[in-house]
Design a protein around this ligand. Sequence first.
Ligand code: N2P
Length: 431
Amino acid sequence: MKIKSFLLAALAVLTVSCTGDRDKVLKVYNWSDYIDESVIPEFEQWYLEKTGEEISVVYQTFDVNETMLSKIEKGHEDYDVVCPSDYIIERMLNSGLLLPLDFASIPDSVNYIALNRSPYIQGVFRDINPEIDANAYSVAYMWGTTGILYNTAEVSTEEASTWDVIRNPKFSGRILIKDAPRDVYGPVLIYLRQKELQEGSVTLQELMRDSSDGSIADVENYLREVKDGVLGWEADFGKDQMTKGRGVVSLNWSGDAVWAIEEAATVGVSLDYLVPEEGSTVWFDGWVIPKYAKNQKAATWFIDFMCRPDIAIRNMEETGYVSANGAMEVLESQLDEECEPIDLSYFFPGADSVCVNPVLYPDKAVIDRCALEHDWGADTDKLLAMWARVKGDNASSWTFVIIAVALVAALAAVVASRRNAAQRRRRRSRR
Ligand code: N2P
């Protein structure tokens, strides 16, 4: 699938560079494994039916927010629609990198954005940036929590219920950590500041804005204790390692967890996911149109198409992530007789006792111990430097071990060959 979409993207880029007809191309830049790719040609068809205009989607993917941001912020790439996380949307808003959405260009009859935005999502998006209403610039796509995906045969619920599980020596060598600095920093800081949180001298929200040198140093020290037990800092292979049983604890996003739990069950591996008791981050990714976009109209229609309930359901089912769509059809598609009823009225008004997968839709009590990350502006560089130090040292200590082993082996070979030569000389001189 990936090769096919790469070839299609290359073909579309070639077409646009030959014909110069940029109006007929829509460049979408999204997270990897974050869409049912069969909806893309359907969008092209739908756009033709609704507008009478042809469109060809060039679809590209990224694994971490920072890669996407740098392409736009530094490279001024002309993506028409991209899907950053909340704190990156905040950063893009603050630096004037986003165009306001032109909702009026979509007729009422097909304005799925207006029809399906859940009040909860609108509220959260308003919180992204107190100065500029993010709802005017972005539409939420998927959302979830950051938590612990664990192998239930090896790790107890109690062990997984604390962030300390990632440095539990029992699981050393089988721990996977998301290669997403902010999504790791947030939960670790929440863990390290439990006393202050309980005393009430700091709030979760304040911690999400805490980029002080002291806090970065505390998280760095903690991660240094963790890293020897880390099997991988991963952007996308964690779920696979967990389903194969190689990893037993994974600091991961809820959507990857849903995907992995289902996949693992088919091969007899039992995984589960929870948000540790100390608290965590809740995140939202949303569609935005960057300042350097060349096809604002098709971008707006694409965002609208993503909000069509049947399309939202297909994207959810393919990826394991939860759509930000508040349409009742979406809730109905997720009802499951076997679960304990939870209070989901914060998301779907009136749904105060519904049976849905609690990994997908967290209960209100889980949401209450989670907070949204916020942009750090220029301080982000301090975090990225810390992240590189932690991960880089990991590589160099292994490199050191490998070099040391190679040197000892080389030395042993030289000593052995000298000894053999000396023995040969002695034998010769005796003859
Ligand atoms: C899926 C990426 C999910 C993004 N590969 C979580 N914010």
